[in-house]
Ligand binder design. Structure first.
Ligand code: GLN
Length: 487
C-alpha cells in the first residue's frame, strides 16, 4: 500500500491495531519513498535498509497491541549514537565512526517497538540554523527546493515533511528541533532540560542539549516523548522524577488553559504571516474562553547573546575530545602536537572552528568574567523571569522564528544574521523549559510558519495539550501539503 510513509504515528498505530497494515509494508513504503524523494531532498546520510526490513519482519510476529510504538519507523539525527552503525554528526571528523553502544533514546524507542530506519543530515555537530554546515551536502526544504529546511535538525524535519517517515529524532540546543520544524511545516518538541537522557547524544553544549521528536502532529510528538522520557542512571543530568502522563489528557482541549503573549513582540519586525498566525492563536484561545494575557518578557535579545556565549564555551570544551587519537579521523604527523593540529584543521568545518575559537576566547583568563561569568548571571535572571511568568499562566505563545525559511546560501556569509534566526527559540533552552513549534499558516510565498508554545518546567503534559488543541483548530496537515498550497 503506498502512502503509508506519510501517515502520522497515531494513524499508523491504529492501522496496525485494526490489522490493516503490517510493519513490513510500512517499512517498504518508507524505503520506496526515500528512494524516490531523497535524491533531491538530501535528508538522509544513511539508510539502514536491511536492518529495518529484518526488524519489521520480526515485529510482524508480535501482537501490535503490546508495544506503544509498534512498527513505527523513526529516522534519527546523526549526532545520536546507533550501535555498530555510522554516527558522523555530519562531520569529516567522525567519518567512518561506528559507536559501540546505542544512545538511551534509541534503546528506549527500540524497546517500545519502533524501527530505526536511518540517520539524518544536520549541521556539523549541530551548530547551525540551515543545515548548510553539513560536511556531506545540503538538505532542500520540501516546500521549496531553493530554501533551507532550517537547522541543525534539517534532515529530520525534511524527512517528515516530505512524507518519508512519520517521525524523526532531532536535538535542540538553541532551537534545532523547533526552527526546522517551523520551516518545514511539521511539529517539533523539546522537553524540559533533563527530560530525555543525553546518554549517547554527541555533546555540543551540555547544559542546553536535549533530544526530542519531530512529527507531523502533536500526538506523534506525545507518543514518542512518552517512550523517550524518564530517569536514566547513565545521565546524571536526567530528571529523576517520572515524566507526567502525556497521553490521557492530550485531547482535553484548550478550555481552562491560560495563555500569555509577550508585549515585547509588538516592536518586532515579524513576517506578516507570523503575525497573523499569532493572531489566529489568540482568536482560538479566546474562542475557548480565555483571553491571552499580555506579559512582560525582558531580555529576548539578551537571551540569544547569553546562549551564544555559554553554548560556544561548552562546545570548545566538549569538542576537545576530537583529537585524532580516540575517535574518527586521524591525520598522521611527526609529533603528538602536530597530530592534534593537523587532525582538527582537516576534520572540522569553518563554523565549528569559529565556535571553538569564540568559546575558548570567552573562557580565557582575561575574558572569563566579562563574558562567561556575566552570561551565567544573565541566565539566572532569565530563568527567574520565566518562572515568575509561569506562576501566573500555563502557556506562553510566541513565534518559532521571525519569518519562514530563507533561501539556500542567503545567510552563509553572515553568521550573525544566521544566529538571529534563533531569537525566539533560545530562551526556552537558556531557562531549561519545554517548548513546541506547531505549523500555523503559510507565508505569501507558500512557505509554512510555526507558532511556539512554552510551558513551565516539567509540564510537557500542559504543553502538548495546548498544541493538540490548536492543531485541531488549525487543521494545517489537512489544509496544506508541500508543493500543493491549499489542499
Ligand atoms: N542554531 C543554533 C546554533 O547554531 C542552535 C543549534 C542547536 O539547537 N543545535 O547554535
Amino acid at each position: 500500500m503506498s502512502g503509508l510513509a506519510g501517515k502520522s504515528v497515531g494513524e499508523l498505530l491504529s492501522l496496525y491495531r485494526d490489522g490493516a497494515a503490517r510493519p513490513a509494508e510500512v517499512i517498504g513504503d518508507c524505503l520506496d519513498t526515500i528512494d524516490s524523494r531523497d535524491q533531491v531532498a538530501g535528508a538522509f546520510l544513511d539508510v539502514f535498509r536491511d536492518e529495518a526490513i529484518a526488524r519489521a519482519k520480526e515485529l510482524g510476529k508480535e501482537d501490535p497491541g503490546r508495544l506503544p510504538l509498534y512498527g513505527i519507523p523513526v529516522a534519527v539525527k546523526d549526532n545520536i549514537c546507533t550501535r555498530g552503525l555510522p554516527t558522523t554528526c555530519a562531520s569529516k571528523m567522525l567519518g567512518g565512526y561506528r559507536p559501540p553502544y546505542d544512545a538511551t533514546a534509541v534503546e528506549r524507542l527500540t524497546a517500545a517497538g519502533a524501527i530505526i530506519i536511518g540517520k539524518t543530515n544536520m549541521d556539523e555537530f549541530a551548530m547551525g540554523s540551515s543545515n548548510e554546515y553539513s560536511a556531506y551536502g545540503r538538505v532542500r526544504n520540501p516546500w521549496n527546493e531553493e530554501c533551507t529546511p532550517g537547522g541543525s535538525s534539517g534532515g529530520s524535519a525534511a524527512a517528515v515533511a516530505a512524507g518519508m517517515v512519520p517521525v524523526a529524532l532531532g536535538s535542540d540546543t538553541g532551537g534545532s528541533i523547533r526552527q526546522p520544524a517551523s520551516f518545514c511545516g511539521v511539529t517539533g518538541l523539546k522537553g524540559t532540560y533533563g527530560r530525555v537522557s543525553r546518554y549517547g547524544l554527541v555533546a555540543f553544549a551540555s547544559s542546553f542539549d536535549q533530544i526530542g521528536p519531530i512529527a507531523s502532529d502533536a500526538e506523534g510528538c506525545a507518543l514518542l516523548m512518552q517512550a523517550l522520557a524518564g530517569p536514566d542512571g547513565k545521565d546524571a543530568t536526567a530528571i529523576e522524577e517520572d515524566c507526567p502522563d502525556l497521553l490521557s489528557g492530550l485531547d482535553v482541549g484548550l478550555a481552562g488553559l491560560s495563555f500569555g503573549i509577550p508585549e515585547e513582540l509588538a516592536g518586532w519586525d515579524l513576517d506578516p504571516a507570523v503575525s497573523s498566525a499569532l493572531d489566529e492563536v489568540s482568536r482560538a484561545v479566546a474562542g475557548s474562553g480565555s483571553v491571552p494575557e499580555t506579559v512582560t518578557l525582558p531580555g529576548m535579545e539578551t537571551s540569544i547573546a547569553c546562549y551564544y556565549v555559554i553554548a560556544n564555551a561548552e562546545a570548545s570544551s566538549n569538542l576537545a575530545r576530537f583529537d585524532g587519537v580516540r575517535y574518527g579521523m586521524r591525520e598522521d604527523a611527526g609529533s603528538l602536537g602536530s597530530l592534534y593540529a593537523s587532525t582538527r584543521t582537516a576534520g572540522f568545518g569553518e563554523e565549528v572552528k569559529r565556535r571553538i575559537l569564540l568559546g575558548t576566547y570567552v573562557l580565557s583568563a582575561g575574558s572569563y568574567d566579562a563574558y562567561y561569568g556575566k552570561a551565567l548571571s544573565v541566565r539566572e535572571m532569565i530563568r527567574k523571569a520565566y518562572s515568575d511568568i509561569f506562576s501566573r499562566i500555563d502557556l506562553l505563545m510566541m513565534p518559532s522564528t521571525p519569518g519562514p525559511a530563507f533561501r539556500l546560501g542567503e545567510k552563509l556569509d553572515d553568521p550573525v544574521s544566521m544566529y538571529l534566526s534563533d531569537i525566539f527559540t533560545t530562551p526556552a533552552n537558556v531557562a531549561g523549559l519545554p517548548a513546541i513549534s506547531i505549523p500555523a499558516g503559510l507565508s505569501a510565498g507558500g512557505l509554512p510558519v510555526g507558532v511556539q508554545l512554552v510551558a513551565a518546567s516539567g509540564r510537557e503534559d500542559v504543553l502538548l495539550r495546548g498544541a493538540r488543541g490548536l492543531e485541531k483548530l488549525f487543521r494545517f496537515r489537512e489544509r496544506f501539503v508541500p508543493g500543493g498550497g491549499d489542499a
